[in-house]
Write a protein that binds this ligand. Structure first.
Ligand code: AMP
Length: 345
């Protein structure tokens, strides 16, 4: 029985299903109630299992149905943001494409930093306490969705003042201050390479790159510095969309070095290591040095730009190769050669 590709109705589900169909695989949409109409418009789901919330994935009847359909769940950002990852690791019985154990490392800032340091990539310095702030830092609030409430500070006094404002807006509760993450702020251009590691070929492929467009930080340059000062503007980091990015070719060596370092580190720290799509969230400073401040151990939404392939995937493949399709191809090939255990957990 051929495997079917299952995914939750959000984030990059359309691309994942489109890719699966291009590879001749059946698709199963785990559809959140109320979204059926949206997904019907695209006609990409062969079967639909209705769920009320992401947590319904853990229900026995949903799991049984997925197993009965020989489904492989392709996880994306919505699964990670839902929490309950330990239970998912332990008790979700259907096959998951990729390494299900890496999601917790993505979710937890301390584990995330550990994996990035092990990868040998440049990570912006972590500042242990507000008293040690000596230059520009970015202050990340615990669990802040999409960078909401993040702020930049450049001294302990500035931090205290801005933290008071954050509290006033109800963005930080009592007792949460210990979990505030303070990191050196890197001035430069953000870039998000989309990697795919294939355990079947042993290769890291670069399938695209994007940058996020964040409000207000990416719009602030339209206002003169004088006006910024007068209004008392503080940049915020809420993601609004993604734009495609093609990199200077000379940066690609470093992009691959870091991408491969990540795979090797994940093999040591989070067995069986990274599988399939992942993304390193980087900033390139004025000297061309890359800093990685985050990673995603699964498909990122920026890949939705490239449903029809990207300038990079076109260099490798003579057909449109989205990340969704690349995932489906890996599943198809592994099924054909009896190697599903190498690409799923
Ligand atoms: P994060 O929640 O860590 O993904 O951060 C949200 C946004 O803040 C990123 O997309 C970047 O624009 C910005 N950012 C995060 N960390 C840094 C850093 N160390 N230096 C400069 N900008 C950063």
């Amino acid at each position: 029985m051929r495997p079917a590709v299952a995914t939750i109705s959000s984030h990059s589900a359309l691309q994942i299903m489109k890719g699966a169909k291009m590879e001749g695989l059946e698709t199963i949409l785990l559809c959140l109630k109320g979204r059926e109409g949206l997904y019907e418009r695209f006609g990409l789901a062969d079967k639909v299992i209705t769920i009320s919330a992401v947590e319904d994935l853990m229900k026995k009847e949903v799991q049984r149905r997925l197993i009965g359909e020989n489904a492989v769940l392709v996880p994306h950002g919505t699964l990670i943001s839902g929490g309950g990852l330990e239970e998912f690791e332990r008790e979700f019985e259907p096959r998951v494409f990729g390494n299900r154990f890496i999601f917790r490392w993505e979710y937890d800032r301390v584990l995330k930093d550990r994996l990035l340091l092990e990868a040998g990539v440049n990570v912006p310095k972590r500042i242990a306490s507000p008293g040690e702030i000596k230059g520009p830092v970015i202050v990340k609030l615990p669990g802040a969705e999409g960078g909401r409430g993040y702020f930049i500070a450049d001294s302990p006094q500035d931090y205290a003042k801005k933290m008071k404002a954050v509290r006033g807006r109800g963005l930080l509760r009592d007792g949460e201050e210990e979990d505030v993450f303070i990191q050196e702020y890197i001035i430069g251009v953000s870039l998000y390479p989309h990697y795919f590691f294939s355990p079947l070929t042993g290769k890291v492929e670069l399938l695209g790159c994007d940058r996020r467009y964040e409000t207000s930080v990416d719009g602030i340059g339209r206002i003169s510095a004088k006006d910024q000062l007068e209004i008392g503007l503080t940049p915020t980091f809420r993601v609004i969309g993604n734009s495609p990015l093609v990199l200077r070719e000379s940066l690609l060596m470093d992009i691959f070095r870091d991408g491969e370092g990540f795979v090797e580190a994940s093999k040591r720290l989070v067995k069986p290591g990274a599988i399939g799509p992942y993304c390193l969230e980087m900033i390139c400073d004025e000297s061309g040095k890359l800093y990685t401040f985050e990673f995603s151990g699964r498909i990122v939404a920026g890949t939705n730009l490239f449903v029809n392939g990207s300038p990079y995937s076109d260099l490798i493949y003579d057909e449109p190769m989205s990340m969704g399709r690349r995932i489906a191809r890996e599943i198809r090939k592994a099924a054909e050669s009896g190697e599903m255990d190498r690409i799923t957990t």
